[in-house]
Design a binder for this molecule. Sequence first.
Ligand SMILES: Cc1ncc(COP(=O)(O)OP(=O)(O)O)c(N)n1
Ligand SMILES: Cc1ncsc1CCOP(=O)(O)O
Ligand SMILES: [Mg+2]
Length: 235
Amino acid sequence: MSPAAARRRIAEATDWRLYLVTDPHLGGGQDAVPGIVAEAVRGGVGVVQVRDKECDDDEFAVHAAAIAAAADRAASEVGRRVPVFVNDRLEVARELGLHLHIGQRDEPLARARAALPDELMLGLSIESDVQLVEALADPAVAPDVIGASPVWSTATKTDTAPALGVQGADRIARVAADAGVRSVGIGGVSPTNVADLATTALDGVCVVSAIMAAPDPRAAAADLLARWEAGRGTR
Ligand SMILES: Cc1ncc(COP(=O)(O)OP(=O)(O)O)c(N)n1
Ligand SMILES: Cc1ncsc1CCOP(=O)(O)O
Ligand SMILES: [Mg+2]
């Protein structure tokens, strides 16, 4: 099997329903994050992204390696595979052999795809229909997953494009699905609105504060997943 085919297999086998993006501030500091991630995986998180906008690449690499090890251990306890993405930092993703998520103002898509080993997934933030058309134009460099961003405005990240809303996220998810690309919705997702997104064509939701700031990350993850499933049932 070619590395690109292996990557497609990983994307197909991944449970995208609940995707956690880490935040050391909300989690009580970098050292607390691996434990939170492990608990969140035990609660049902299927994908993790390591995000820290402040530290340098060397510190980030140590932090990401600790999170990836914690996610792996917790995933094997529950008999699953949980892919780990690095936010923004291409060189760290390459160094650690982790997947990469980039946004519209990060490394250009074609350059990131060319620099990332073929077996590693590439995620891309999509803020508009036009951005998605551009991202899908060349299947050789198209992302493996997109983050429809932001669905709702959020205090966790204020330098975002205007909110897409449920309908905007659904429109983007449908176009992505037609191209065989997975999609998750990010921004303001909480227990009170996750079921609304489950009625769309999205493959899942992506959260930061709903898990990182929760008193019990495992219970928070299980609750979000149960509400997603309940909403999915009404589709
Ligand atoms: C899954 C997912 N979707 C969107 C984003 C946002 O990425 P970006 O716009 O590059 O912003 P930062 O996260 O880098 O501040 C994401 N991280 N993950
Ligand atoms: C990283 C990111 N990208 C778009 S919104 C966002 C933050 C989402 O955080 P929360 O889940 O706490 O609203
Ligand atoms: Mg980014």
